[in-house]
Design a protein around this ligand. Structure first.
Ligand SMILES: C[S@@+](CC[C@H](N)C(=O)[O-])C[C@H]1O[C@@H](n2cnc3c(N)ncnc32)[C@H](O)[C@@H]1O
Length: 313
């Protein structure tokens, strides 16, 4: 068996077939180039979300968890072959045509159906045609995001894009020893070995959080306590600062770790110059961070960008 660990240079980021708030596609290169792990144990993600980080790490062995059962069911079915890319294409083509002729009524019909049957195909449909690609549920566990208001959402090219994303993650999963689990992060972290590596991306306190269940201050405190006592390496993603606020939780719960930061920009209006910046942090257990090498500008490796932001915690 070839043991592949980290850091990893990602040339082309793998984009997962589902979207969720806090998706790390834009941060994957930053995350994977800053973690040092020998790859001998399991890659553990207690807060899997879309799986953007996982699909770019592509570990041989993994333990993957989310409290949201729809995410886990979908990936489990792709993993064991009970949901194929061809089925998704057929379904999206049929339902996409109905959406085009019936408009939002059809979206809400699928939403109602999904909330009764939990069909993973409906889940993909809703995830890829809801407003802003967010995943939000009410207190009864019902998906409640409104329609994106584009009846022609499932054009042929869009369907092909989604189907290709499913085929790609299926190829990545093939032959790998991955275990999927639906539950609370506590259960997953109670069974961790020295060689494992845990990547944590919990919901952000103080920002929009209603993914599937509430994320409280108690959860955050508990998580920090449990994670600090893990026998293996770990890294945690957390927003650090934007124009308006500094995330106090980093100092409060996660001080003393290696801190690497990365600034990215997002648009707040239609014109190019209306941009806000957001600083994201990766907090890493000592000994599991990459060593940053100083190089000349002409020989600039990807890590130099991160070296500019680096601060030891
Ligand atoms: C910030 S998102 C993860 C995003 C992911 N890294 C990505 O790139 O798409 C946080 C995830 O934690 C899950 N979650 C929330 N509370 C949880 C809990 N108590 N235990 C396990 N997962 C939980 C949410 O359902 C959500 O998918």
């Amino acid at each position: 068996m070839i043991i592949q660990g980290l850091p990893r240079t990602v040339k082309q980021v793998i984009v997962p077939p589902i979207k969720c708030q806090g998706i790390k596609t834009k941060l994957v290169k930053f995350i994977l180039s800053n973690i040092s792990w020998n790859g001998k144990g399991r890659w553990i993600e207690p807060f899997l979300g879309s799986g953007a980080v996982l699909f770019n790490v592509q570990p041989e062995r993994a333990l993957l968890n989310d409290v949201n059962p729809h995410i886990i069911r979908l990936y489990q079915m792709i993993y064991d072959g009970s949901l194929s890319p061809e089925q998704v294409r057929l379904y999206l083509t049929t339902e996409g045509k109905k959406l085009l002729s019936n408009g939002e009524d059809h979206y809400y019909l699928i939403r109602e159906c999904f909330n009764r049957t939990r069909n993973p195909l409906d889940f993909i449909f809703l995830n890829r045609s809801c407003f802003n690609g967010v995943m939000r549920f009410n207190s009864k566990g019902e998906f409640n995001v409104p329609f994106c208001r584009k009846p022609d959402r499932f054009r042929q090219s869009y369907i092909t894009k989604i189907v290709n994303q499913i085929s790609q993650v299926r190829r990545i999963m093939q032959g790998k020893e991955w275990v999927f689990f639906t539950g609370d992060w506590r259960e997953v972290l109670s069974n961790v070995d020295v060689d494992d590596f845990v990547y944590l991306d919990p919901p952000y306190i103080g920002r929009h959080t209603d993914y599937y269940q509430e994320w409280s201050e108690d959860d955050a405190e508990d998580l920090a306590r449990v994670v600090r006592n893990l026998p293996c390496g770990f890294a945690l993603s957390m927003w650090k600062e934007n124009k308006y606020r500094l995330n106090q939780h980093i100092e409060f719960y996660w001080n003393g770790l290696i801190e690497r930061t990365f600034t990215h920009f997002y648009h707040v209006g239609s014109t190019e110059n209306l941009r806000n910046s957001m600083e994201e942090a990766l907090l890493i257990k000592h000994g599991y961070e990459t060593v940053l090498i100083e190089t000349t500008k002409s020989d600039k490796p990807i890590q130099l960008e991160f070296a500019l932001h680096e601060q030891a915690g």
